[in-house]
Design a protein around this ligand. Structure first.
Ligand code: RB5
Length: 149
């Protein structure tokens, strides 16, 4: 699976750790920046990763800022993106089972590396449960079609 990853300065350290972990696990990881811990602004990185997911250049996206909150706000502006901020295992699991999330956002100032790796693994390995949840995803797609330019 090809994964796009991005962070601002507050997520940089965790991004680098997750990149190493994911590559060791056999995933193909494309890094959309930031390239150093120097202070920067999160929207540009969220946009790059979310667009890559929206255009299906990568299958999934992972975005890290201080909390995961700025990243999730930006990523959900992009058509085709269902981004969820999951700083716990339950949300990570349900965001796949119920919401078919294709972008995961994380808080680099909240999570320890090992726990973040657990969240990411669960999120990548949990399938969408379909059934009644497909109906709801189709409703989201209809809203997107009507409201997005
Ligand atoms: C940067 O200080 C911080 O605001 C940012 O990383 C993020 O948490 C925003 O939502």
């Amino acid at each position: 699976m090809k994964i796009g990853i991005g962070s601002d300065h507050a997520g940089y350290r965790l991004k680098e750790e997750l990149k190493k972990y994911l590559r060791k696990e056999g995933y193909v990881v494309v890094d959309f920046g930031t390239k150093s811990p120097k202070a920067t602004d999160y929207p540009q990185y969220a946009l790059r990763v979310a667009e890559a997911v929206g255009k299906k250049e990568v299958e999934r996206g992972i975005l890290i800022c201080g909390t995961g909150l700025g990243m999730v706000i930006v990523a959900n502006k992009i058509k085709g993106v269902r981004a969820t901020c999951c700083n716990d295992l339950f949300s990570a699991r349900l965001s796949r089972l119920h919401n078919d999330a294709n972008v995961l956002t994380l808080g680099g100032r909240i999570l320890a590396t090992e726990f973040a790796c657990e969240i990411v693994t669960l999120w990548l390995e949990t399938p969408f449960s379909r059934g009644k949840h497909s109906r709801r995803i189709n409703q989201i797609k209809r809203i997107e079609k009507e409201k997005f330019v």
